[in-house]
Design a protein. Structure first.
Length: 489
């Protein structure tokens, strides 16, 4: 049973029927008491008549006439009380019920319109929140009464109020986004984390998956830096980093802009880097790029920790980072001509990493081992600044081989080049596993840093493209902004 809300219920949804019940009960109770008293009067009158007739049978009939008249009156009154009075009570009750039901029907229709309007608004605008602490997803936070601090976990139109509800302290609280519910203090219903904007935002969660040293943390932070600097001028999107005290974005920005690498992620749990993109007067789009140590996808070091990442249940898409240097045959080849000491590289097989990740999702969603996971995956080859790599699978190769600059032609060419690269270096198992497990995949290449660490600020390239490819599939607002920006070029 749901907990009772710390608020007063609407009269016509509760008090009106309680009062009606009391009126009906009291009316028939009074009627019963009156009939009982009348029965006593009849008995007394009958006994007097009987006594006078018994004392003097000859004249008793005449001497008891006043009592007989009284007895007749009481009998007539009893008949009236037993038939007419209940009938009057019933008619009055029907009239009262009609009035209450009329107001109840009007209130119910108004409630239905407001409730459905709020629900439809939330559905159309994809209003949900992703909690960076407990990794849960929810559409309605717990709202805090500014008057007394009471927690309202179901602050929506209902029996406690349609447009507003009155808290037990007397404070009026808005029940829908249209009239200011989002202005109240809000918290996660599972862990009490403070939710920004009162939950009035769409939320898109994208975990960035990859093996150790594949460049996940660098990519996330450089992508956010790029978005912060460029999306407003390019697409009219306003970027705002949501400080949750859980990520190191501001610290990493400082280090990266000075030519220092961010600290390697050690946590074996999803770390949410959250920010919002706002386009004109549309609903804010909250983005969660989730980082996690690559060791999570190693059965030896990750253990059962990967199964504890409940946030995977609520994601909208995935970004899979591929470090070219973790492809052993490619690394061996380029190490003969290039000094790779400045490039960190993982040793975990990309096929092993993907297999661990896929099995985790299959277990979480209880789906068949051969079933296709209904999600989009951007497969991103990082470290495109490795000499010669861009000419093979990067932007230079795409421009050289694509039949046109249309997005579809470019994406098809990118896929063809990357798949060919994987086959050439004997990663067919990884490629087949990838293509057979996910609903749609698209290959990308990027350089999060632009060069090895040499004391110069890092400069990213192509970090926005895989991000926008995923988000535009989900967010109509961001897709509209991008299309509008492209038309202006």
């Amino acid at each position: 049973m749901k907990n009772k809300q710390p608020a007063q219920q609407i009269y016509f949804f509760h008090g009106g029927f309680v009062d009606l019940g009391q009126v009906i009960t009291n009316a028939f109770k009074l009627c019963k008491e009156t009939i009982s008293r009348n029965e006593e009067d009849i008995k007394e009158s009958f006994e007097l008549v009987k006594e006078k007739i018994s004392d003097n049978p000859l004249f008793g009939v005449f001497t008891s006439i006043p009592e007989q008249v009284k007895l007749s009156f009481f009998i007539i009154r009893l008949i009236t009380l037993a038939i007419i009075t209940p009938l009057i009570c019933i008619l009055i009750t029907i009239f009262q019920i009609s009035i209450i039901l009329t107001f109840f029907t009007v209130a119910s229709l108004f409630f239905g319109i407001v409730f459905l309007s709020d629900k439809i608004y939330c559905i159309i605008n994809a209003i949900v929140s992703h909690c960076p602490v407990c990794q849960s997803k929810f559409s309605l936070p717990i709202y805090i009464c500014p008057g007394c601090g009471a927690r309202h976990d179901r602050l929506h139109p209902g029996t406690y109020g349609i447009l507003y509800r009155k808290c037990n302290c007397g404070k009026k609280l808005p029940t829908i986004f249209f009239n200011g519910r989002h202005k109240l203090e809000a918290h996660c219903p599972h862990c009490n984390y403070n939710i920004k904007d009162g939950g009035l935002h769409a939320s898109w969660c994208i975990p960035v998956i990859g093996g150790p040293s594949s460049g996940k943390t660098c990519y996330i932070n450089m992508a956010m830096m790029s978005l912060e600097k460029e999306v407003l001028s390019k697409y009219g999107l306003h970027f705002e980093h949501e400080k949750n005290g859980l990520d190191e974005y501001e610290e990493n920005v400082t280090n990266l802009s000075r030519g220092y690498l961010p600290q390697k992620t050690q946590e074996l749990r999803l770390k949410y880097y959250q920010f919002t993109l706002t386009y004109k007067r549309t609903t804010k789009q909250q983005i969660s790029l989730c980082d996690v140590a690559g060791e999570l996808f190693d059965v030896k070091t990750g253990g059962n920790e990967i199964n504890k990442q409940t946030g995977f249940r609520y994601v909208n898409a995935f970004m899979l980072m591929i470090d070219p240097l973790s492809i052993h045959e490619y690394r061996n080849e380029v190490s003969k001509t290039i000094n790779l000491s400045g490039y960190s590289g993982g040793t975990q097989s990309i096929d092993e990493m993907l297999d661990t990740f896929v099995r985790t999702l299959q277990n979480m969603f209880s789906i068949d081992a051969n079933a296709i996971l209904n999600t989009d995956v951007a497969v991103v080859f990082t470290k495109a600044d490795i000499p010669g790599l861009d000419e093979r699978i990067g932007e230079s190769a795409v421009l050289k081989n694509a039949p046109s600059l249309e997005p579809k032609a470019r994406y098809e060419t990118q896929n063809k080049l990357c798949e060919q690269f994987l086959r050439e270096y004997n990663e067919v198992s990884f490629l087949n596993n990838l293509k057979s497990r996910f609903n749609s995949i698209q290959f990308f290449t990027c350089s999060a840093l632009g060069h090895v660490m040499n004391g110069q600020p890092f400069i990213s390239s192509n970090v926005e493209e895989p991000f926008f490819w995923l988000v535009r599939k989900r967010s109509k607002v961001i897709d509209k902004a991008i299309k509008s920006g492209e038309k202006k070029k």
